[in-house]
Design a protein around this ligand. Structure first.
Ligand code: NAD
Length: 369
């Protein structure tokens, strides 16, 4: 059996607490399901700064490049607020994204029926919600040049950011969205601002051409990104896969995230281009940060981290049945009324990080038997 190499980067704050719950699942899968995971571990963020004076060491970067997938906890915290900009905790994550060339960010927004009441929208609008936002992650206005503030010499300054997209960047992110749609509801909605942006005109054209050339079996719709934002909070269940650029994706995925209740529930994946063997570099991480306000208290919700591992099983190792079972285990535990503090509601039983992880593992074991 081929080895499956995982690099675990727990990071700071609640990162290590949440990662501990994934470690238990990996140990069970190796012992009982013959999963064959080999795990290595490294430091990232503040913990790497404390040990090496950088946000991630060269040795750990090499491990990340060699791994089949990286599981990332969270980075940051007040302890490192004053460290130099280039070695701030987030620089570790940015370096990983850059060196692994992770251009596709996948943010599912799933509303578990048991949590429909925790949404800011009416429960009937979000119950059973299952959408996937595919955001372009390495191009667009966050990286385009020129990017500067210039002094105009008349007491005024000018801030400049540049939105740039080349054909290949749009083609490859559209391809990821269409391929993922085929494994779900077979529908893609592409969002841009072609009415006011040239890059939006090109985005629209290239997505349309990519669709016609290779994915005409998938249903494609185009929407202006501002209208898309409105539709996301008006009738979110109309969407299956949304594909959009870096800037709009940043905002729309946060809007979609909040439809589902809590930050502690939200996983994400970032994928690179396939290599000669069809294997993509990949990093899986919860959407939440290091939550310094609750770190070390044993009360963090590990579900976002566990659901990120489920995405890893699905997208890096094609272990679809195992990913389904892990996601079902999360849903069943929530249905049974077990909650961490962040998603607590009346009549439920409040537990800590370890107990939540154990409850999910128990159901996962039953479903896997
Ligand atoms: P945060 O996501 O860490 O926390 C926001 C709020 O949500 C806090 O009240 C926190 O207790 C709660 N929360 C988050 N995750 C939770 C979980 N799993 N269970 C229960 N409650 C949870 O965001 P923040 O407070 O803005 O940032 C804290 C630190 O994390 C900062 O240093 C920030 O830079 C960093 N950060 C890192 C990442 C990352 O590693 N990818 C992302 C966002 C923020």
């Amino acid at each position: 059996m081929t080895a499956r190499n995982l690099l675990l980067l727990p990071g700071d704050g609640i990162g290590p607490e949440a990662m501990a719950e994934v470690r238990k699942i990996i140990a069970y899968m190796n012992a009982e399901l013959g999963a064959g995971f080999t795990t290595d571990e490294g430091l990232v963020g503040g913990s790497a700064y404390d040990a090496h004076g950088v946000a991630i060491s060269e040795g750990d970067m090499e491990k990340a490049l060699a791994a089949d997938a990286v599981l990332f906890g969270a980075v940051g915290g007040p302890k490192w607020d004053a460290v130099p900009y280039e070695v701030r905790p987030e620089a570790g994550l940015l370096r990983l994204r850059k060196d692994l060339k992770l251009f596709a960010n996948l943010r599912p927004a799933i509303c578990y029926p048991a949590l429909a009441n925790a949404s800011s929208l009416k429960p009937e609008l979000v119950e059973g919600l299952d959408i996937l936002i595919v955001r372009e992650l390495t191009g667009g206005v966050y990286f385009g040049e020129p990017k500067e503030i210039i002094d105009l010499g008349n007491g005024q300054k000018r801030g400049i950011d540049t939105q740039v997209y080349d054909t290949y960047e749009i083609e490859r992110i559209a391809g990821v969205a269409f391929e993922l749609a085929r494994t779900r509801g077979n529908r893609v909605c592409s969002m841009e601002k072609r009415n006011v942006m040239k890059s939006g005109v090109l985005w629209n054209q290239v997505v349309t051409e990519t669709h016609k050339r290779a994915y005409s079996d998938v249903q494609l719709e185009h929407m202006l990104a501002d209208a898309g934002g409105m539709q996301l909070v008006r009738a979110p269940k109309q969407f299956d896969v949304i594909v959009t650029d870096n800037l709009f994706g940043d905002m729309l995925s946060d809007v979609a995230a909040m439809l589902t209740g809590s930050l502690g529930m939200l996983p994400s994946a970032s994928l690179g281009a396939p290599d000669a063997k069809g294997q993509r570099k990949a990093l899986y991480e919860p959407v939440h940060g290091s939550a310094p306000d609750i770190a070390g208290k044993g009360i963090a919700n590990p579900i976002a981290m566990i659901a990120s591992f489920a995405m890893c099983l699905r997208y890096s190792f094609n272990m679809v049945a195992e990913a389904d079972n892990l996601e079902k285990a999360i849903a069943e535990v929530l249905d049974s009324g077990i909650r961490t503090g962040d998603i607590m509601s009346e009549g439920s039983r409040q537990v800590g990080t370890t107990e939540m992880g154990d409850a999910i593992l128990t159901v996962f074991k039953r479903l896997s038997a």
